[in-house]
Design a protein around this ligand. Structure first.
Ligand code: SF4
Ligand code: SF4
Length: 169
């Protein structure tokens, strides 16, 4: 088993705007928020680099009496220090975000490099053509019912072909 590593790509945040909402602004950095997926509340403490833009946006919406429902989570922001995006409340993000695993198995090749990820039940994401073929020919056909039995079988098949698979914690 390996620890899940989130690379903060933000892909899972782009559709959560209607589900992670601000109920009340407490001060320039803190927001009383709700996660509608599990109906929990959390205190969103905004990274200082993003508190002004988030506060300005929220103030403008409040003044206009139109807190807008966004497609993307409002805490997902363009990374100012580098490429891509980041979560502006990362250290205080809701439990659902902390617990989310976008893949459940990691596959490495004989050199130890990550060459595939298993998403959902048995969907493989890979750029390794040989692994993709192996998956289509021998893994997809395995009935999915008992997760532990499926995992054991798949790990065995991959191992016979010089791949190493680890489930994610
Ligand atoms: S959980 Fe996955 S999809 Fe979401 S930000 Fe992390 S790496 Fe990206
Ligand atoms: S709170 Fe952060 S991790 Fe959660 S959906 Fe919003 S941007 Fe993504």
């Amino acid at each position: 088993m390996v620890a899940f590593e989130c690379d903060r790509c933000g892909k899972c945040c782009v559709s959560l705007g209607s589900l992670i909402t601000i109920e009340r602004q407490l001060n320039d950095r803190d927001y009383y928020c709700r996660c509608k997926i599990d109906n929990s509340v959390f205190l969103g403490h905004v990274d200082p680099a993003y508190c002004e833009e988030i506060a300005d946006e929220f103030d403008a919406e409040t003044a206009a009496h139109s807190i807008q429902e966004k497609k993307t989570c409002r805490f997902l922001r363009k990374n100012r220090q580098g490429e891509g995006t980041l979560c502006a409340v990362y250290s205080t993000r809701p439990k659902i975000c902390r617990d989310f695993r976008c893949y459940r198995m990691l596959i490495r090749n004989h050199e130890g490099s990550v060459c595939g990820k298993v998403i959902g039940k048995n969907t493989l994401r890979t750029e390794d053509a040989a692994l993709e073929n192996l998956w289509k020919e021998q893994v997809i056909v395995i009935p999915y019912g008992d997760t532990a039995a499926w995992t054991e079988k798949v790990v065995g098949i991959l191992s016979e072909h010089d791949y190493h698979a680890d489930t994610v914690e």
